[in-house]
Write a protein that binds this ligand. Structure first.
Ligand SMILES: [Zn+2]
Length: 249
């Protein structure tokens, strides 16, 4: 690569960095319809490999709670769909544009408590409503596009490859804090006890202490790390969201 091209490339990447971190709002490379399509394709792939519970007591409970969480979620609105994965795994996750999955193992761990499940679904719905995954995908696409421009064309961008490699990466800690807090807001808006989120985070801290290999996508704080609990407690206090597991103070 020539020195001039290298300079152009680094300038473009710097500009892209400013653009993509500077505008926290709308995405500009991927339309909302494309975002929903990306998520639906990933959901179809996932559901080919995993069994989804339908018409069980558990899946009906998740349908009910999910519908209320979806109604409480702030715009931009998405076609949310909440499903139970019939596997003994302590996890839940969201795909761009609407699909949310909670594993049967996590529901058992939470003893099918609607308040705790509502907070988990609220947390996942926030990853969607706040476009956490799609913004990361867009940044990667943007960087790749700019590299291609700087290199004078060449290979076309493999969006599917980027989506695949990013879909299963962990969110940033900031994304997690935001989902913990906004999830509590959605949960309260849907008529559930938002302080149940504290109980879920505590339980997971204990779980991780027992078996660190149980580290899944939704929860990846270090054992003994109470930062997320403190951050959520602060938010609940600031917004006067009190309940059974936190009464303020
Ligand atoms: Zn999360």
């Amino acid at each position: 690569m020539s020195v001039v091209r290298l300079m152009v490339l680094s300038l473009l990447l710097a500009a892209a960095g400013v653009l993509m971190s500077g505008c926290g709002g709308e995405t500009f490379l991927i339309s909302k319809n494309e975002e929903i399509n990306i998520g639906q394709q990933a959901a179809a792939d996932f559901e080919r490999e995993h069994r989804i519970e339908r018409n069980t007591q558990r899946s009906r409970l998740v349908d009910q709670i999910g519908a209320r969480i979806a109604a409480a979620a702030q715009p931009p609105s998405y076609p949310y769909k909440f499903s139970v994965v019939a596997e003994d795994v302590n996890n839940a996750f969201a795909l761009p544009g609407g699909p949310v999955y909670i594993y049967a193992g996590l529901m058992d761990e939470l003893r099918n408590d609607p308040d705790q499940i509502a907070w988990v679904l609220g947390h996942e719905a926030t990853h969607i409503s706040h476009q956490h995954a799609i913004k990361r995908i867009e940044s990667a696409m943007g960087a790749q596009l700019l590299i291609e421009i700087a290199l004078g064309g060449g290979s076309s961008g493999d969006i599917a490859g980027i989506v695949a490699s990013l879909a299963l990466q962990n969110y940033s800690r900031d994304n997690e804090y935001e989902s913990d807090r906004v999830g509590a807001r959605y949960s309260a808006g849907a008529g559930y006890d938002p302080t149940a989120g504290l109980l879920v985070l505590q339980k997971f801290r204990e779980l991780q202490g027992r078996d660190p290999s149980d580290l899944e996508i939704m929860f990846h704080s270090h054992p003994g790390n109470t930062d997320r609990e403190n951050s959520l407690r602060q938010y609940l206090n600031a917004n006067r969201l009190y309940g059974q597991h936190y009464r303020g103070g």
